[in-house]
Design a protein around this ligand. Structure first.
Ligand code: NAP
Length: 341
């Protein structure tokens, strides 16, 4: 590969794709040529990169001639069908979908944790699930210090995690409630939801991704499965409840973690303060703790509400927040691409 790369973004018009362009630009990624790909619906539209307009093209099997790095963010089916074409054309694929994540030949990477795995790629590198990546930004440094055995966690996930249509659904429902001058206790709207199975405005939906026979959802099991692979920790266990809430941007996760070694609170703070890509915001007396509204748009994740868990031996409870469009998707993908150059 030469110094300047030909980069393709698949799903360039999506919630993640737009952030990918921003990350490439803001981080000064050595883009020599940029190809923007989306569905036929978007072909011919333009997006701006470094002050210049780039025309979006329809994704086809022939889209990847000369491409060095292809950032995929258009759903699992598109990755399944088109990533092999990109690899065949000589590109390295960084894939945001869940399709390749658990394939043993595909590295699954959070650069702050397992950047070294990138070199084992055979053409495709997977970007982890957003809730998992954000949780591990705090859990992994604690694991290195105390040896994590298992976690119990609940997520509070933003609608932008579902993409552009979900952002619009929350905005539309919020406007509907306000424009009808409804009372606080008349928050159930007449209009039917399209993206989520229930109204998301003024609600909390304990249903992210599809249900498995076990009663957990696929999203909930990603924490254990992907966490094992990223941390190289095959015995790691995670019981998770994922909840969609009416927040536009940034996921929050409440975690109770049990460790092999006794946990010392001061040492836990120390290792978290030194962890790359993570800020400690933990002064409850001054009402300082990580908030989705504050973390939205920021590269770093943040952890707070640190306390010894009162129901677990060797346990620590904490609250971690991250912008899932950035560390949970676009930023992490661009960081992986940076490992390649
Ligand atoms: P989104 O806002 O719905 O965007 C979807 C993108 O895929 C759009 O650019 C769309 O293009 C494109 N697309 C759809 N059908 C296509 C087709 N047949 N051919 C080519 N392009 C097509 O979704 P998103 O939130 O950005 O998510 C994209 C992917 O990233 C998904 O796999 C998702 O699971 C993953 N991811 C998302 C997040 C997040 O926080 N949102 C986090 C981690 C991973 P058009 O505009 O032309 O339809």
């Amino acid at each position: 590969m030469s110094n300047l790369k030909h980069v393709a973004v698949v799903g360039a018009t999506g919630a993640v794709g737009v952030e990918m362009l921003r990350c490439l630009e803001q981080r000064g990624f050595p883009v020599g040529r940029l190809t923007l790909l989306a569905s036929a619906r978007s072909a011919g539209k333009k997006q701006t990169f470094k002050g210049e307009e780039v025309t979006i093209q329809e994704l086809t099997a022939d889209s990847f001639a000369g491409v060095d790095i292809a950032l995929f963010s258009a759903g699992g089916g598109i990755s399944r069908d088109f990533a092999p074409h990109a690899v065949k054309a000589g590109a390295v694929v960084v894939d945001n979908s869940s399709f390749f994540r658990m394939d043993p030949t595909v590295p699954l990477v959070v650069p702050e944790i397992n950047a070294a795995d990138v070199k084992n790629h055979q053409g495709i590198i997977a970007n982890p699930n957003c809730t998992t990546a954000i949780s591990l930004m705090a859990l992994y440094p604690l694991h290195q210090a105390f040896g994590v055995r298992r976690i119990f966690a609940s997520s509070y996930q933003a609608v932008s995690g579902t993409g552009a249509q979900a952002i619009e659904e929350l905005a539309k429902q919020s406007r509907e409630w306000a424009s009808e001058n409804r009372a606080w206790d008349a928050a159930k709207l007449a209009s039917q939801p399209h993206v989520y199975p229930h109204q998301i405005a003024f609600n909390a939906i304990p249903h992210v991704d599809s249900f498995l026979d076990s009663g957990y959802t696929k999203e909930e099991m990603k924490m254990e499965n992907e966490g094992r692979k990223i941390m190289h920790h095959p015995d790691f266990r995670a019981s998770v409840t994922c909840v969609r809430i009416p927040v536009f941007r940034a996921h929050s996760i409440a975690i109770s973690a049990e460790f092999e070694k006794p946990v010392d609170l001061a040492k836990a703070r120390e290792v978290l303060a030194k962890a790359p890509g993570l800020d400690v915001i933990d002064d409850p007396a001054s009402k300082h703790y990580p908030l989705a509204l504050d973390i939205a748009g920021r590269d770093h994740c943040a952890v707070g509400r640190l306390r010894l868990d009162c129901a677990l031996d060797n346990g620590l409870a904490f609250w971690v927040v991250g912008d899932q469009l950035l560390k949970g998707a676009a930023l992490n993908a661009v960081q992986i691409a940076e490992c390649l150059v």
